[in-house]
Ligand binder design. Structure first.
Ligand SMILES: *Cc1c(COP(=O)(O)O)cnc(C)c1O
Length: 429
């Protein structure tokens, strides 16, 4: 139970916290959707982050450069298109705790995981299993199962799904260790999330990597719910690869260009890879040589020249992360989520149950909540919240996900969620 005595369920207190928040000005850099003459209480940045105000101008600039420069924009646009992915590289590296050579913005999340598995899932008859979690996001299960089939094996035997072993369907490190103890010899790849989408549990990437490498497996992480949320340290974790989408906490817009990480120790390794000309060394790419001269690091996995109109929002968004700093965002996030948890436990404990771990280092911004009275009551609460401008999201069968994003959410937002839920409880009684 989170029980700091310093929290108060009081609108004036929440407003004072917001006014004293050093990151408070960042909220004005976002467009908050309207509701009933005011603003929505938008607590669903874990699903689609809000639009940074700078995105519209960033897109208009690219359209203008295209209009005025045509093909010359590759070299002479304000942000030249040829090296455009470099404009987001350092910002992305900071957000996920990587060296610049380890990251690249490209494609979409599921596509990136497939491309990275071409290199890092190299099954042999003795060692061809993939270890995932039982309640993996459907796309992650699909990609693992289809990779297994693609290599001529059977997911029924080769897809190992570790069952949650903790009370709220979370997964302990001990369970992963046990699974590796039992199956490690035949596991080629361990593929786990950075933050679990349904429970909000944050995983210990460095520990998992250590265990998996000790068992002779490669390790990759799906950081869809972790990038821009927790203070990832992908380089220090030692994992082989990772990928994430940019439309959740990274606020780069629906279907935004995703990210990929390949650890620096593979930066010059000869790995099997699906290749395309944009993965070539930039210095020799336009010599149009027959042989593939790979760019060092993650850039070698690029296939095509990137979609500039889709990268512009990511560039605008990452500027805000650089302004705020991941450490400061995470610090605020821990307090915001602790406040939300405290409100739920002290004022709604008879009605709501938090599934997400209580320890700050085992969760990110999101709290996954179950209504004790069951699924229909949960859906009724969700509908009530939406009608009152409080947006979270609903995941069948019975989970309400509420995520105060530190970039634009406030203590007042958390209080409005609690007040709306209390009003619903009163009406239902
Ligand atoms: C959001 C999310 C996805 C979505 O994949 P796309 O390729 O971006 O459509 C996949 N996996 C996880 C774990 C997610 O949270």
């Amino acid at each position: 139970m989170t029980a700091p005595t310093t929290f108060h369920a009081d609108a004036e207190w929440a407003r004072a916290q917001d006014a004293a928040d050093p990151l408070h000005a960042l909220r004005d850099a976002f467009l908050i959707p309207p509701h009933a003459g005011g603003e929505q209480t938008y607590l669903v940045g874990n699903s689609l982050g809000l639009q940074p105000r700078g995105v519209r101008q960033a897109l208009l600039d690219e359209l203008d450069d295209w209009a005025h420069l045509g093909v010359e924009g590759h070299l002479h646009a304000r942000h030249p298109w040829l090296p455009y992915h470099r404009e987001v590289r350092d910002g992305l590296a900071e957000v996920v705790g990587a060296e610049p050579i380890e990251v690249v913005a490209m494609n979409t999340l599921t596509a990136n995981l497939h491309l990275l598995m071409v290199s890092f899932y190299r099954p042999t008859p003795e060692r061809h299993a993939i270890l995932i979690e039982r309640h993996a996001f459907p796309s992650d299960r699909d990609l693992a199962a289809s990779q297994i089939r693609f290599h001529g094996y059977d997911p029924a035997e080769a897809l190992i799904e570790v069952d949650p072993d903790e009370a709220s369907a979370t997964l302990s490190l001990a369970a992963i260790e046990r699974a590796l103890g039992e199956h490690g010899q035949r596991v080629a790849l361990v593929l786990l999330p950075g933050v679990q989408y349904l429970t909000g549990q944050a995983f210990e990437l460095a520990e998992i990597t250590r265990l998996a490498h000790a068992a002779g497996c490669r390790v990759g992480f799906d950081c869809a719910h972790a990038a821009g949320n927790i203070d990832l340290a992908l380089h220090d974790s030692g994992c082989d690869f990772a990928a994430w989408c940019s439309y959740k906490y990274l606020n780069a817009g629906p279907g935004a260009v995703a990210g990929a990480f390949v650890h620096a120790r593979h930066a010059h390794a000869e790995l099997p890879r699906f290749e395309g000309w944009w993965g070539r060394n930039q210095a020799t790419r336009f010599e149009m040589r027959p042989e593939f001269d790979p760019a060092p690091g993650a850039e070698a996995w690029q296939l095509s020249n990137p979609p500039i109109l889709a990268l512009a929002p990511l560039r605008a968004s990452l500027q805000l992360f650089q302004r705020a700093g991941m450490a400061a965002l995470r610090k605020k996030s821990c307090r915001l989520t602790a406040y939300l948890a405290w409100l739920i436990e002290t004022r709604l404990g008879d009605t709501l149950e938090i599934l997400t771990p209580d320890e700050p280092e085992r969760r990110g911004a999101q709290l996954s909540i179950r209504v004790r009275a069951g699924r229909d009551a949960g859906k009724s609460l969700f509908d009530h919240l939406v009608a009152h401008g409080v947006l979270g999201d609903w995941r069948e069968p019975d989970v309400l996900r509420i995520a105060p994003a530190p970039m634009y959410n406030t203590f007042s937002d958390c209080l409005r969620f609690a007040d709306a839920a209390i009003a619903w409880r009163g009406a239902a009684a």
